[in-house]
Write a protein that binds this ligand. Structure first.
Ligand SMILES: Nc1nc2c(ncn2[C@@H]2O[C@H](COP(=O)(O)OP(=O)(O)OP(=O)(O)O)[C@@H](O)[C@H]2O)c(=O)[nH]1
Ligand SMILES: [Mg+2]
Length: 207
């Protein structure tokens, strides 16, 4: 029987960097030029099937980047297995904001959280302010995954979520691993093996 996993993923980053657009591309393969800014947070799910037929279901919390919602963020990242921290490659200030989120995650989120830094809007490369080298170097220093995307064209979007889907089962706790695996890992609350603990596929949220 192929392995099935379920992980909580949170998106963080400054308003308008394209968090909701990335999720819309990943979940529905759509893009919207005039997206409304998120209020509070949005919840969506998407399942990635890897080459070996392992399936990884993401429960995605797309948080609101506007400053007034900042205090809500811990509610969403506290139990997250992974965080995608997004910046806009055409706005240097958005990388600074991403660094602030990463510092907060390093201090306050689960110590085993997987963090991916994501530079969005590569279709606007002519207006680029953040070089790949700068972002990559920072990600390497901090031990983060890193990738660039365009929610508009779809470039890199599946790649970043698939890379996370591949990495998470490797560091998941024994309770979240497939039956054939079993090394020490993170606290049990950080993942769910769907083979052992079936979850209704159509229930969007059980928290
Ligand atoms: N050109 C281009 N525009 C993008 C891309 N991703 C998002 N946008 C646009 O950027 C704007 C903001 O996108 P959102 O996805 O709403 O941004 P957000 O990060 O969710 O913003 P908040 O919900 O306020 O935190 C929208 O007008 C999108 O159409 C991209 O890859 N390329
Ligand atoms: Mg949004």
């Amino acid at each position: 029987m192929s392995k099935q996993y379920q992980f909580k993923l949170v998106l963080l980053g400054e308003s308008a960097v394209g968090k909701s657009s990335l999720v819309l591309r990943f979940v529905k393969d759509q893009f919207d030029d005039y997206r409304e800014s998120t209020i509070g947070a949005a919840f969506l799910t998407q399942t990635v099937t890897l080459e070996d037929q392992t399936s990884v279901k993401f429960e995605i919390w797309d948080t609101a980047g506007q400053e007034r919602y900042k205090s809500l963020a811990p509610m969403y990242y506290r139990n997250a297995n992974c965080a995608v921290v997004v910046y806009d490659i055409t706005q240097s200030a958005s990388l600074e904001k991403a660094r602030t989120w990463i510092r907060e995650l390093q201090r306050q989120a689960d110590p085993n959280i997987v963090i991916a830094l994501c530079g969005n809007k590569t279709d606007l490369a002519a207006r680029r302010q953040v070089t790949q080298e700068e972002a990559k170097k920072y990600a390497e220093e901090e031990g983060l995954m890193w990738g660039e995307t365009s929610a508009k064209t779809g470039e890199g979007v599946n790649d970043i979520f698939t890379a996370i889907a591949k990495k998470l089962p490797l560091i998941a706790p024994p309770s979240a691993r497939g039956a054939t695996r079993g090394a020490a890992g993170a606290p049990a609350r950080t993942g769910v093996d769907l083979n052992k603990q079936p979850v209704a596929q159509n229930e969007p949220c059980n928290c």
